[in-house]
Ligand binder design. Sequence first.
Ligand code: FAD
Length: 188
Amino acid sequence: MSLMRLAYASEATFEAKPVEKGVEPHVARILMTSRKNNAKDQLVGGLYYGNDRFFQYLEGEEDAVRRTYDRILKDDRHRNIVTLIEEPLKSRTFSNWSMKYVPLSRDVRAFLDDQGLESFDPAAFTSEQCEKMIELVRNSSQEQNLVNRDGSESVGDAPQVLSSGMKTGLIVAGVVLVGALVIGGTML
Ligand code: FAD
């Protein structure tokens, strides 16, 4: 079994819907399918979307990477696909993200500034810039936006499970509210 890694750049064909928070709906659907399929195929990687452009990095068993890339190449939600990296890999370099999503983040803006690039155009990246992007995706500490099975998004970075601190806070807030209502009621 041999491992390989692959990175490509492409342009979105859809018109991005403005979203105040969370993931653009087309991208949310792509992420949902990717996470389902990639987890099954033990593929890991990251997807960056910004400026109507995609940058995706995939690594895993060669067969699985190639099969997935064949499907991606046929997808009409993007065009002008440019393969940036396609090579064997000695060992896996990513944690267990089936498809980590990186929106336009401060890290990436800083990277573009650092490189003297005005806009995000991954098709024009040098190989060094590609490696830096992969590093950014790998190290991204962004909270992952949650994508539901129906393709809708759980808004923003809202935690799915409340932390114990938040639970305690909510209970205290509830007790204070009930107390205020009782006091208010007795004063009427
Ligand atoms: P299906 O069951 O065929 O489709 C799943 C969902 O996607 C359905 O809701 C379907 O309506 C919708 N869909 C599929 N094709 C289109 C289309 N052309 N236009 C609109 N909606 C569509 N797939 C992966 O498995 N792994 C990846 O890492 C991955 N990355 C991608 C990155 C980009 C930038 C894009 C554009 C696509 C990516 N895809 C990825 C999706 C891939 O191109 C295929 O659509 C998908 O792999 C098909 O898988 P499926 O047969 O399980 O899904």
